[in-house]
Write a protein that binds this ligand. Sequence first.
Ligand SMILES: NC(=O)c1ccc[n+]([C@@H]2O[C@H](COP(=O)([O-])OP(=O)(O)OC[C@H]3O[C@@H](n4cnc5c(N)ncnc54)[C@H](O)[C@@H]3O)[C@@H](O)[C@H]2O)c1
Length: 364
Amino acid sequence: MYLNKFKNKKILITGHTGFKGSWLALWLQKLGAEVVGYALEPETKPNLFEVLNLETKVTNYFGDIRDFEKLETVIQKEKPEIIFHLAAQALVRESYKNPRKTFEVNTMGTVNLLEACRNCDSVKTIINVTTDKCYENKEWVYGYRESDALGGYDPYSASKANSEIITASYRNSFFNPQDYGNKHHVALASARAGNVIGGGDWSEDRLVPDCIKSLSQKQSILIRNPLATRPWQHVLEPLRGYLWLAAKMMDDPISYSQAWNFGPNDDGQINVEILVQKIIKNWGAGDYQIDKSIQPHEAHLLKLDLSKSKALLKYQPCLDINQCIALTVDWYKHYYDNCDMQRICLEQIKKISSYDNISAIASS
Ligand SMILES: NC(=O)c1ccc[n+]([C@@H]2O[C@H](COP(=O)([O-])OP(=O)(O)OC[C@H]3O[C@@H](n4cnc5c(N)ncnc54)[C@H](O)[C@@H]3O)[C@@H](O)[C@H]2O)c1
């Protein structure tokens, strides 16, 4: 079973104080990995990092990814074998307010990480987490493939496309699969996930946190782009994809050092208004209004094509959109009922891991 591969491995997560990074840190720690984290201190109140008390579970470094010396010192000291690079300025609207910082963090942050890895022999597997937004958006009704042109209208999307180009450049120049075993021992891939929903996200200007904030305060939800279609997926889906990919790269570093899409099946590609209606239905009460004020540009139609991941990685999403929303709303309800959220997170992780047990049995 691929999840057993992480036991006793030293794994660095950059961005471990964020929404996805906190879930990943908990999951890997539960799998028996020795987790090291490098990120800024949590930026929201509340935040999942503190809710899960992760400071006591991982070797924790608060540092800026733009600080090359500090990052390199941590990597040299900790000598990780596997790295998941999630640290980023991850918000589109914030990128309009602060483009320079977004480009610095998301592009030079990637350079700093890969450069530090170039000087550290322990590192064998690196996954750079980018996004569905790294593609040049043509408002196609069909999904983007890994070979489609990169681009980005807003600074966040462009910075993530840059991060992809940097990754490809490092792979060609320093970690070339053709030279594996001779000139280097590093497998380097990138993972382009869809829009993630799930418990424990309190970021500004993100749809699900905005909905939950309004619903928990019995206020009307204000939605900005009702017709914008996104590939929605539960946070554990792409994380499962990253773990799956890392396990494959450990076994076969040459074949899997590429870019991969991790999105939902077609049922997960729905518009904002439908998603909000489903969230309200799961919550059990609430309503929404459409904000008619002029908004900064965001793509209307964004889908991911999963053909390559399905065919070559044998990766399949395992939750449908209704299950994704049910898990998400359930998480927040437990949170506002003062439940033990580590237990709830581990139950959700166990649930998603059980799908892999079933598919492993089915394919054996
Ligand atoms: N949430 C989504 O829907 C989604 C979708 C696709 C891709 N992604 C990508 O997944 C990754 C994680 O996203 P998230 O939703 O958890 O975001 P988040 O904002 O919750 O977390 C971002 C993390 O990056 C860290 N970080 C930010 N600036 C930093 C800096 N200058 N130096 C060091 N660390 C810094 C933060 O401290 C935090 O740990 C990002 O790379 C994001 O682009 C997210």
